[in-house]
Design a binder for this molecule. Structure first.
Ligand SMILES: Cc1ncc(COP(=O)(O)O)c(C=O)c1O
Length: 552
């Protein structure tokens, strides 16, 4: 913690001052405030160190477990933040940071987010949020309309209806997915006859009531791990989250899905929900949403679409047809802190049926009284900030057409980068971009030729060595590079389903240029020339009995 040169005094007067009077604008805090407001990206570029400090070293700065006894000046604390936190943060807004789903934000998000802090509204109840409640309802209505395309009369009837909610606003895709399956579970196991419902009587009684041995959620192997948490907290059990095989394009294999459904049926396990993915986290692919809707209808089960990443694609007239069938889902997850370019902490789940959330409605005597307009009666979280205001700001300021441009450019940039990779003799494209995420690896043409001709065992050994190459290069680039890509493990069909390590790129930052993408490959080629990688490539050479090392 900071050591102030002059010690701050504890007095009631001083304590009152920190709730009312900011320090002078000339203070360090004032200057940082100004720098941040002027240009966050510039601020980070100036202050982020190029060389990563070891995380263990950074941990030493945070090793004290005692709460500081004495107060300190805000300016002193700000100096501490600047030196120990800001300088060691990750510059996610950098156009060269193309490894994760977190990217640059529109400049206006920062000053507008100060309004949230200044007003400190709590969306759990109208008594602490007033206008923020109808605003959140409007945002949910806008997203609902984007997905389900109801008419004016539908939204006039439901959007501000205090007894219902078209969806739930939450901190992100994880809570959105849990909320969707929570509502699905409570609807399937709702009160009937003498059974008072799973919410009252629990899973054991619910299964007895349904006369089955368990409930299952089915999703492709590419499903996000948040669904595992949902299966866990909802008492479904992680083993009953069925990971279905995918085709070569990372989309759920419908035949395999049907086989699982038949097996579960024979075992007395009831499908609670099918989950389709619109934008898989690792590869950006979209499941056959219409076919999944048909099957869910046949099975009579809930149909959820996890569009945390890809949902914003609906804003593009050019690409929205990729998500055809999403409008048949009972519930859809969309993360605003992904492709709606809102700061972290904004997710939504939308329900086709405006009465669906009644299944998880809860009340309390001091707030959330029955019939109140409180949004908290339909959410998993309790106290919540007014993040919907920033979604509202994005949708209003950028508009549908602005988002369309961002989405279209991201997808088209991803396609151009994929073509650059394909044309490059030292790289292998692993998955084609369907949206704006795809994967590739460093694999020089001569190794690719050896792999194509090698017997299975030798191919597996070569892939193991290439895995090490990918991992070493990715770590090195993260530590010293000017650009950043992430890595993951996939089992592409061309390698007979063996898992290999690949680079993963996410084209979401509008400031990323084609020239910069070319430099990502250049940087990776430079890294491949380093001793640690040459040694590995020589191992492949020895394995294949090839003498010449360099690529053609
Ligand atoms: C497809 C998908 N679903 C859900 C999530 C979870 O979202 P969050 O991290 O906002 O909880 C993610 C996050 O990457 C995702 O890609």
């Amino acid at each position: 913690m900071p050591r102030s040169r002059e010690r701050a005094q504890v007095s009631l007067e001083n304590l009152h001052r920190i709730f009312t009077v900011p320090e002078s604008p000339d203070s360090t805090l004032g200057r940082i405030d100004q720098a941040i407001s002027d240009n966050l990206a510039g601020f980070l570029q100036e202050h982020i160190v190029a060389l990563e400090r070891d995380l263990a070293e950074i941990e030493d700065d945070f090793s004290q477990s005692r709460i500081p006894e004495e107060p300190t000046f805000v300016s002193a604390y700000t100096d501490f933040l600047k030196e120990k936190v800001v300088s060691q943060s990750v510059h996610t807004a950098s156009p060269g940071f193309i490894g994760h789903m977190t990217s640059a934000l529109p400049y206006f998000m920062l000053p507008l987010s100060r309004i949230l802090t200044a007003l400190n509204q709590n969306l759990v109840k109208v008594e602490t949020s007033r206008a923020f409640t109808p605003m959140e309802r409007q945002v949910l209505g806008m997203l609902h309309r984007l997905i389900y395309g109801g008419d004016d009369a539908f939204y006039a009837q439901w959007m501000q209806d205090s007894r219902h909610a078209l969806g739930a606003f939450c901190s992100g895709g994880t809570i959105a997915n849990i909320t969707a399956l929570w509502a699905a579970r409570n609807r399937l196991c709702g009160p009937a006859g003498s059974f008072r419902g799973i919410a009252q009587e629990g899973m054991f009684k619910a299964l007895q009531h349904l006369d089955c041995k368990g409930l299952a959620v089915l999703v492709s192997r590419r499903g996000h791990y948040s669904l595992g948490k949902a299966a866990d907290v909802l008492g479904i059990g992680r083993e009953n989250l069925i990971a279905v095989d995918t085709d070569d394009d990372n989309r759920v294999d419908m035949k395999s899905l049907r086989r699982h459904c038949a097996r579960l049926n024979a075992e007395g396990i009831r499908p609670l929900s099918l989950v389709g993915i619109a934008g898989t986290t690792e590869t950006g692919n979209i499941d056959p949403l219409d076919e999944l809707a048909d099957l869910a209808q046949e099975l009579g089960c809930h149909y959820h679409v996890d569009a945390a990443w890809g949902g914003a694609t609906l804003l593009s007239g050019t690409y929205r047809s990729l998500l055809k069938g999403i409008e048949r889902a009972d519930s859809v997850t969309v993360d605003a802190h992904k492709q709606l370019y809102v700061p972290m902490g904004a997710g939504m789940v939308l329900f086709k049926d405006p009465t669906a959330l009644a299944a998880i409605e809860h009340h309390a005597a001091y707030i959330l009284r029955e019939g109140s307009r409180d949004l908290g009666s339909h959410t998993l979280e309790g106290s919540r900030p007014g993040m919907a205001m920033l979604v509202h700001a994005g949708l209003s300021i950028i508009g549908r057409k602005g988002y369309e441009m961002l989405i279209d450019h991201g997808i088209e940039r991803a396609c151009r980068f994929a073509r650059q990779i394909e044309a490059h003799p030292d790289f292998e494209l692993i998955t084609e971009p369907e949206l704006n995420i795809f994967t590739y690896r460093y694999n020089p043409a001569w190794v690719q030729a050896q792999l194509a001709a090698a017997p299975a065992e030798q191919a597996a050994r070569i892939n193991e060595i290439l895995d090490k190459v990918t991992e070493t290069m990715q770590k090195r680039q993260r530590e010293t590079g000017r650009t950043f890509v992430s890595r993951t493990r996939l089992a592409p069909g061309r390698y007979r389903g063996s898992r290999i390590t690949v680079f993963r790129v996410v084209m979401a930052n509008p400031l990323t240029t084609d020239a910069l993408l070319a430099s990502v490959l250049e940087e990776q080629c430079e890294m491949a020339e380093r001793d640690e990688n040459r040694v590995l490539l020589e191992q492949i050479e020895a394995l294949c009995g090839r003498r010449e090392f360099k690529t053609a």
